[in-house]
Design a protein around this ligand. Structure first.
Ligand SMILES: C[S@@+](CC[C@H](N)C(=O)[O-])C[C@H]1O[C@@H](n2cnc3c(N)ncnc32)[C@H](O)[C@@H]1O
Length: 229
């Protein structure tokens, strides 16, 4: 008979009857133990010690506080939210921007600004770490960013778009990514001023993604290219 030792962080559970029924999430088949993920620590004829994956505690994530975040070097990327109707989507944009250390969010037109009940719900504090400013129209922000040397790229479904996976990044440039309204998409009037337009490929039945989901996909793709390529 084997003595099986399960190690979960500091907790060690020992089982002596593993040929019988074991009341754990792991399965026993023909007297063999199966785990989704484990590290084999020790094995001999009598004992088998296994280290099972455990979830990290908050302190182990080593996150910075808001003041440190503000002083940290940023990812050379800003977001432009073009008349976003839902504060929940805006809050989600803040949370994503915090995660990937973006420079700033430009909130344009009807887009809600902090403090706002819906933004707080999904940003969970990120609206205090990420810099933002509001403008009356998306066009004025687009023109201002272009003047400041940003390449302005709309994330939208237009005829002359580049698929996200094919977008050739110029690593010497700063990018401003424009995301559009939940119903109408990006404002028509900004189209002539764009440096490029990116579409996220879809294979299903729905014609578009939720804006905050789309934003997460695109920001991750840019962040990955800037940071790891
Ligand atoms: C729900 S969509 C708007 C759809 C709107 N009915 C239209 O036709 O433009 C909201 C925003 O999410 C982004 N979006 C959603 N799915 C996208 C995709 N597959 N490719 C590019 N942008 C997308 C765009 O920024 C879009 O303006």
């Amino acid at each position: 008979m084997f003595v099986v030792t399960f190690k979960r962080g500091n907790i060690v559970d020992t089982m002596t009857d593993f040929k019988g029924k074991i009341r754990t999430k792991e399965s026993v088949y023909n007297g063999k133990l199966f785990f989704d993920r484990y590290t084999l620590l020790k094995a001999n004829k009598k004992t088998l010690q296994i280290n099972i994956m455990r979830k990290l505690k908050l302190q182990e994530l080593n996150r910075v506080d808001k003041e440190t975040f503000k002083k940290q070097p940023k990812t050379p990327l800003v977001l432009v939210l073009d008349n976003i109707r839902s504060g929940l989507n805006v809050g989600s944009a803040f949370r994503t921007s915090d995660a990937f250390g973006l420079e700033k969010i430009y909130l344009c037109g009807i887009t809600a600004t902090p403090p706002h009940k819906e933004i707080l719900k999904t940003a969970i504090g990120a609206s205090e770490s990420v810099a933002w400013e509001h403008s009356e129209t998306t066009l004025e922000t687009v023109l201002k960013l272009k003047k400041a040397g940003f390449l302005v790229v709309a994330i939208e479904q237009v005829d002359q778009r580049t698929w996200l996976q094919d977008f050739p990044m110029d690593f010497g440039k700063k990018y401003a990514l424009v995301f559009g309204n939940e119903v109408d998409g990006v404002s028509e009037e900004i189209l002539p001023h764009l440096d490029a337009c990116i579409e996220v490929p879809q294979m299903g039945t729905k014609h578009s993604l939720n804006i905050s989901v789309c934003l997460g996909i695109v920001v991750w793709d840019f962040f990955k290219k800037i940071k790891y390529e």
